[in-house]
Design a protein around this ligand. Structure first.
Ligand SMILES: [Zn+2]
Length: 428
């Protein structure tokens, strides 16, 4: 039996101007079509789309046109979080709201404790404040697929309108072969954790050239690359990643929080720590400190942290090399630990990328244009251009100048809805 999901509307904190034309007046546009700012233009939104961009006086308007003053502010596409885990049912609404509060307007579901098709049905019936959700079908280690079973799965996924298949873990190599073959035949996106299976008590990694050559569309956590033994293999893998247009979603913040890499004090510098209400951060702190005790206390945690630092360093270097070789990159918040807030963890990951030596424009691209390309939806979202969906954020400072300015998101716009982020944060 399906359990009912209890969700409520957050009406009062947003403005929905149905059917009305909206003009964002005299704003600096970060279009994300290239590394530029178009200064002091006005944007007309009609029926949820960007209808015109130009001088304020030249835009059509009538007495019902709503005008939003953008003077001195910045307008850019809403952000995408490409690595999201769905929590238990009663926390879903909080997750959706938290994403909008952070300016995240698209999320890719990479794990879920509840059946996503059921959830989709329920969410579709409620008009919640929500980013666009890309649902997935998860493959687990307990599942083997013959060629015909893999075919049936892909047909079912297409019929269900699920965006993609995520490999969580793998039973055997034949299953990988069957899944990739069927996914390609039925034009279904297959991506996820690097394919590794257990054989006689040992982990076996599917050959990297084979994986990169199989149209496995994105790889999470830089797995595979970190296990390569020499420079020659890494060079080859990066070359194939570029050639076959494989996306990487590094999720450095997962390494940081799962490995306690910010213990004992650095976590206090986290954006989430400084940004979110004390009611949230206090709870995090006590649960974090309790988890440190549980892991054996100060000395043990420091010891295990120091052991993990070299592989984290290697990940940062791999990210830099993928970036220098123009490979496709995706920002994923991968929130789940204390101090990792849904949506806001995208900011955290952006800071991690900055520390790895990635330039601000590429960081922003990896959370806007590149995700839209991943889904084949670049004609719909990911840039500020005429004809695109009005999925936008207004910031008080320019994140191209300093990536930390991404925290100055003031308004999230989805279609004709305007959400004031400060007010949403107070609801969290
Ligand atoms: Zn994950």
């Amino acid at each position: 039996m399906k359990k009912p999901i209890i969700l409520f509307f957050a009406f009062l904190i947003s403005t929905s101007i149905l059917g009305q034309n909206i003009i964002i007046k005299d704003i600096n546009i970060i279009p994300m079509t290239s590394n530029i700012v178009i200064e002091n233009k006005s944007v007309l939104i009609q029926n949820g789309k960007i209808k015109e961009i130009g001088a304020f006086k030249k835009l059509p308007q009538n007495k019902d046109t709503k005008i939003i003053n953008g003077k001195g502010k910045y307008l850019m596409p809403g952000l995408a979080d490409m690595h999201v885990h769905l929590p238990e049912e009663n926390k879903i609404e909080h997750l959706l709201l938290s994403n909008i509060a952070a300016g995240v307007t698209q999320i890719r579901i990479m794990n879920s404790s509840i059946p996503q098709t059921d959830l989709r049905e329920i969410l579709n019936n409620k008009q919640l404040i929500s980013p666009k959700i890309h649902y997935s079908h998860l493959i687990r280690r307990s599942e083997s697929y013959s060629a015909s079973q893999a075919d049936s799965l892909m047909v079912e996924i297409k019929n269900n309108g699920i965006s993609f298949v995520k490999l969580l873990s793998l039973s055997d190599e034949e299953t990988f072969d069957n899944l990739t073959k069927s996914a390609n035949q039925y034009n279904v996106t297959l991506c996820g954790h690097y394919p590794v299976y257990q054989l006689e008590g040992k982990s076996v990694m599917v050959d990297m050239e084979k994986v990169l050559n199989s149209n496995f569309k994105s790889i999470e956590h830089l797995a595979g690359y970190i296990w390569l033994e020499d420079e020659e293999q890494i060079d080859k893998a990066i070359q194939l990643t570029k050639e076959f247009e494989i996306y990487n979603c590094p999720t450095l913040d997962w390494d940081i929080m799962s490995g306690n890499l910010q213990y004992p004090d650095d976590y206090k510098n986290r954006i989430t720590y400084q940004f979110l209400p004390e009611s949230i951060t206090k709870d995090w702190e006590s649960s974090y400190l309790a988890s440190i005790e549980e892991a054996g206390g100060n000395e043990k945690v420091m010891e295990s942290k120091n052991k993990k630092l070299p592989s984290f360093e290697l990940k940062r270097k791999l990210l830099k090399r993928l970036y220098e070789n123009d490979c496709l990159l995706l920002i994923g918040g991968d929130a789940g630990y204390d101090f990792q807030a849904d949506g806001f963890n995208v900011y955290e990951e952006m800071m991690n990328w900055k520390n790895a030596g990635i330039d601000n424009y590429t960081i922003l691209k990896s959370a806007t244009v590149t995700p839209s390309k991943f889904f084949g939806e670049e004609h719909l979202w990911g840039t500020v251009e005429i004809g695109k969906n009005a999925e936008l954020i207004i910031l008080t400072k320019n994140p191209l100048e300093d990536i930390q300015n991404i925290t100055t998101v003031e308004t999230t716009i989805i279609g004709n809805e305007f959400h004031l982020n400060k007010e949403l944060i107070n609801q969290l």
